[in-house]
Write a protein that binds this ligand. Structure first.
Ligand code: BG6
Ligand code: MG
Length: 226
């Protein structure tokens, strides 16, 4: 059995509640296009890249064929401008409950840390939250070819940290993210709904429950069973 070496964190919905701002920005844009989306539909957008999210919304509203590639890019940019306006007020107070304490604990335990977020705004959000020092690496989403549920971003994160994939723990709030972690051969911690995240190795209902004491025994059991 290999000891855990690194933790790879999703950002939106795990470190801070930007998942809500992504939802509100998409909802506004969709409404302008005559498409109504709700929180249930939004679960499918979590963890998914900007352009893939737009295509899912257009398909949902039966409008996928109505726009050229350039028009879709303009719509995705418009959503991003809305989103960027919404996040300007983010401060360290917007870290989700228990995250600061967990990051401290992980550092004390000498584990490596990385951000594996599909968001091209990840560097900006980490800056606003003033938690850059807690992470050894942030994978640049702009350089990732295949979005979650493809494992690429988690594999890149582990490569940048120089650790074996099977010694990594990934933490995610999205079904697409959990799939990506599992396909990367890593241990998956889900934060959120038991039904949405059923493929995770362990599911916690809130970031408040994130402690090494909760996660490590489950990691050890799983890797011992393999
Ligand atoms: C993910 C979010 O982290 O990043 C998605 O869960 C979002 O909702 C994706 O679409 C891409 O983010 P951005 O900031 O590059 O549009
Ligand atoms: Mg997320």
């Amino acid at each position: 059995m290999k000891e855990v070496q690194a933790i790879l964190f999703d950002l939106d919905g795990v470190i801070t509640d930007t998942a809500e701002y992504h939802y509100l920005a998409w909802k506004k844009l969709a409404r302008e296009l005559g498409i109504e989306i709700d929180r249930t539909f939004n679960e499918q957008l979590k963890g998914v890249s900007r352009i893939d999210s737009l295509e899912k919304i257009l398909a949902y509203g039966n409008r996928l064929q109505d726009f050229t590639r350039e028009e879709k890019e303009a719509l995705a940019n418009k959503k991003n401008e809305l989103y960027k306006k919404m996040i300007t007020n983010i401060t360290p107070a917007d870290l989700l409950p228990g995250i600061k304490e967990f990051l401290e604990e992980v550092k004390q335990a000498n584990l490596k840390t990385g951000i594996a977020s599909a968001s091209k705004n990840a560097f900006r959000v980490i800056d606003y939250l003033q938690v850059g020092d807690y992470f050894d690496i942030i994978v640049d989403a702009a350089k990732v070819e295949k979005g979650k549920p493809d494992p690429e971003i988690f594999l890149k994160g582990a490569d940048q940290l120089g650790v074996d994939y099977c010694t990594c723990i990934g933490i995610e709030d999205a079904a697409a993210g959990i799939k990506a972690i599992k396909s990367a051969g890593m241990f998956a911690v889900g934060i959120g709904s038991r039904t949405e995240l059923k493929e995770a190795d362990i599911i916690l209902s809130s970031t408040n429950e994130l402690t090494l004491e909760t996660i490590l025994p489950a990691y050890k059991n799983t890797s011992a069973a393999q």
